[in-house]
Design a protein around this ligand. Sequence first.
Ligand code: NAD
Length: 442
Amino acid sequence: MTKYEKLVPPSKGEKVTVKDGKWNIPDNPIVCWVEGDGIGPEISKVMIKIVDAAVEKAYNGKRKFEWFEIFAGDKARELYNPEVTDEELKALSPDEQRMTYLPDDTLQVVRDYHLAIKGPCTTPIGKGFSSINVGIRKSLGLFVCLRPVWHIKGVPAPVKDPDAIDMVIFRENIEDIYAGIEGYPGTKRTQKLIDFLRTEWNVPADSDSLRSSAGISVKPMSPENTKRLVRKAIQYAIDHKKRVVTLCHKGNIMKATEGQFRNWGYEVAIDEFRNQIVTEKELNDKYGGDREKAYADGKILVNDRIMDAMFQQVLLRPREYEVVALPNLNGDYLSDQLAAQVGGLGFAPGANLSNDIFFAEATHGTAPKHAGKNRINPGSITLSACLLLEHMGWNEASEMIKTAVSRAVESKNVTYDIARQLKPTVKPISTSAFGEEIIKNL
Ligand code: NAD
């Protein structure tokens, strides 16, 4: 008997457990995977082959993933709601629309099994449909979006020194302007809010900044969400021997939200990591502003940067930044810019996490025009699997894959997106052939 509506757990393998923040990883863990839409099937299959080969090789067959397929996106709709027509779907509430593509079964399995990886999922265009990804993050409380960015040797990059970039982004994943609290222009509910702001918050009625014709997105930011994010970022810096954690914000303008992000970030640093950190102010007072002296003293520097300046900093002085904690919107922008600096989204890994779930994912979309053509780059989901392996403490297998990806790229046996950027350009190989190339190089 299974407690799930349509899913049957694999008969082999053991459950990962998490107790009081401690992860217990058996040698044959059950790991959930979502194939994804569009190019999802192609890249997910290649990723699984590579992970299986690397784990087998790294641990001489003593360790093995037991894959448990779960469903989101088009495949979920086909399996769980085949009878719902597009017309009927449009008439459903946003939540019901989401459940058509993201069944409770899927969410419950991830809660129970803790580790998962997914390909990209389409966001169906329907009024009010929030994306499947946002649904997953919110329903499972995955409050951190983790995006490490580094340069893989041989990947063509638009900046002079891409190897200077080695950063790990911690992006808040649930609140901020992305919370989905919105009013479309010209609707009754938006007008009510505008009236409220004018009468209760004293916004002048003739203000160009709050016209009656405006649409409104609300930007909530809380100490709870900020602190749990910054806590994870600092703990990561400690665990991975990183030397600096930077809080990025636009607090000079949005004082009640982004300015508080900065203050709460410092608060958690000082209240919970007093002996391990030094703030930028303390760096000046105690170490004469010399960060090398503070590092030599075993301290992690916690500093902050205003967001617009940070975009310049990562271009001009990238070596000064290692772990970066940001609110949701800032994090979205910065992680994509950094990915571009090292050569694009094709090799950008990511994961969403809470204290007891680690959900890795390809960071690009479903690229529908390439679907089924066996030509797309499986690098993002493959390197996302490396994040999963590292989270499990299976670093040997992860390192093996990363090195093999580098070797494949250096030998110029690459998919079209990289091939066309090389100078001179080379003949591209297929998604599956690139996967074989990586496996050959393990
Ligand atoms: P996209 O990332 O799917 O594609 C944009 C372009 O980037 C593609 O046409 C392709 O040229 C290139 N590209 C993307 N992935 C690549 C890869 N692995 N290798 C080589 N080139 C690659 O973005 P989009 O067109 O804006 O979105 C398409 C769909 O994907 C939408 O439905 C959107 O909602 C969804 N989406 C899903 C996710 C997710 O599930 N994580 C993320 C973003 C977009």
